[in-house]
Design a protein around this ligand. Structure first.
Ligand code: FE2
Ligand code: FE2
Length: 148
């Protein structure tokens, strides 16, 4: 499958899990772990496979995106820590802050970076897709077992 299609599916999965967590309205550890693992697997695939390839074509955009991932990582790490020590309301506020940041980032990728990849990488997209699928297997059998 094309790398961009795989990455878009990841986006939808992560957003859907966040919506579920909001609907549940409390600190559900299992759901939070699934958000964490799915987001981390997606990020690793972008940082290790997709972004390096696109950096040759869209250097500034990729640097901006890497910076955004640092910020999202920070928000998510905070969310994982505060879920225990903070009350429900504070947790939901932080969850919504993470959702907003991630949604902006995903929309931006789908509006700009992915169309650029589809125009410029052409048949290489399937090759990158294969590499992403392999990396996902490694990551899920490694540290991110909840991600499936
Ligand atoms: Fe990204
Ligand atoms: Fe992405």
């Amino acid at each position: 499958m094309k790398a961009t299609e795989l990455l878009k599916t990841d986006h939808r999965n992560v957003i859907e899990l966040i919506h579920q967590a909001k609907r549940v309205g409390r600190r559900n550890a299992l759901l939070l772990n699934r958000i964490y693992d799915n987001y981390k697997v997606h990020t690793e695939c972008e940082l290790k496979v997709f972004y390096p390839e696109m950096k040759k074509l869209e250097r500034e955009e990729i640097e901006k995106n890497i910076e955004e991932h640092r910020e999202m990582d920070r928000l998510l790490d905070e969310l994982m820590v505060i879920r225990i020590v903070k009350g429900k309301d504070a947790f939901m506020e932080d969850l919504i802050a993470f959702e907003q940041k991630i949604q902006e980032h995903f929309q931006d990728e789908e509006a700009n970076l992915f169309p650029a990849a589809e125009n410029q990488l052409l048949e290489k997209l399937d090759q990158l897709g294969d590499r992403i699928e392999d990396l996902k297997i490694d990551l899920r059998t490694g540290g991110y077992g909840m991600a499936a």
